[in-house]
Design a protein around this ligand. Structure first.
Ligand SMILES: C[S@@+](CC[C@H](N)C(=O)[O-])C[C@H]1O[C@@H](n2cnc3c(N)ncnc32)[C@H](O)[C@@H]1O
Length: 244
């Protein structure tokens, strides 16, 4: 018998939420607006695209048919396998999957035209700890793991390229939507209300952001404020566009 690890439990929770028919309206709306904007602006070009936390391959199916190459980075082997099978069935031979923690990836400099980290995935990146006291506001204002990943992927962008991040705003509506989503997809929230992140017993962790916390994290990646644009998706979400 194989033992279930905390990683398995988190991966299962993530897969449940990605596959569930349940999704709070504000989260569904934010995702639809995110996708509308991405498709309108970025589909149909011969781009090299990286997708950090590509999940079951949803955005690869949209962009890979017309882009030059599409690289998915995914920590869960089970979820990555779903993306692999999906892209193979669709004949997307310009796709590749890198399975593992994206913090261990060392992408080549000036390689990608676009780097995606969508559907609130930037808020999942952290040094994993069972001690929730570790994730203070100071940690969230300069999350070392986030800084490692996005410094590297910013370097991996070509000049003229774009980094796109979808994040939760730190609003009561966003917190309520997170809790609603996790609890209705089989998870148990273990954090008290009012923190800037929500964690579950299953090991899932998702941070919300203020303008200041995003800017301070991105500044630590060497990204200057004039290159950062906040697109308001709705009451709970921003799509952040970073130009290089
Ligand atoms: C909220 S889901 C979004 C999936 C996909 N981007 C979408 O829009 O449907 C976040 C995904 O990122 C993956 N993930 C979380 N942390 C990661 C890390 N450190 N490295 C690589 N993948 C990660 C999760 O396993 C999950 O599939």
């Amino acid at each position: 018998m194989t033992r279930k690890t905390p990683r398995d439990s988190e991966d299962r929770a993530v897969l449940n939420s990605l596959e569930s028919t349940y999704c709070p309206d504000v989260i569904k709306q934010a995702r639809e607006k995110q996708d509308e904007m991405l498709v309108r602006r970025f589909r149909g070009h011969a781009y090299a695209i990286a997708d950090i936390g590509c999940g079951t391959g949803y955005h690869g199916s949209i962009f890979a048919p017309t882009c030059r190459l599409y690289h998915g980075f995914e920590i869960s082997p089970e979820i990555a396998e779903i993306a692999r099978v999906r892209w193979a069935k669709e004949g997307l031979s310009n796709t590749a999957l890198f399975v593992g923690d994206v913090a261990d990836a060392t992408p080549a400099s000036a390689f990608y035209d676009l780097v995606f980290c969508l559907y609130f995935t930037p808020g999942n990146i952290r040094d994993k700890s069972g001690d929730m006291a570790r994730y203070t506001d100071a940690y969230l204002d300069q999350n070392p793991r986030f800084v490692t990943v996005f410094s590297r992927f910013y370097r991996a962008l070509k000049t003229g390229g774009t980094l796109l991040l979808t994040i939760y705003k730190d609003t009561p509506e966003a917190e309520a939507a997170q809790i609603d989503f996790y609890e209705h997809t089989g998870q148990q929230v273990i954090t008290p209300p009012g923190l800037r992140f929500v964690a579950t017993r299953e090991g899932f962790w998702s941070a919300r952001w203020t303008r200041r916390s995003l800017l301070s994290n991105l500044n630590a990646c060497g990204i200057a404020e004039p290159d950062i644009c906040f697109h308001d998706l709705n009451a709970i979400a921003w799509l952040i566009e970073i130009g290089k």
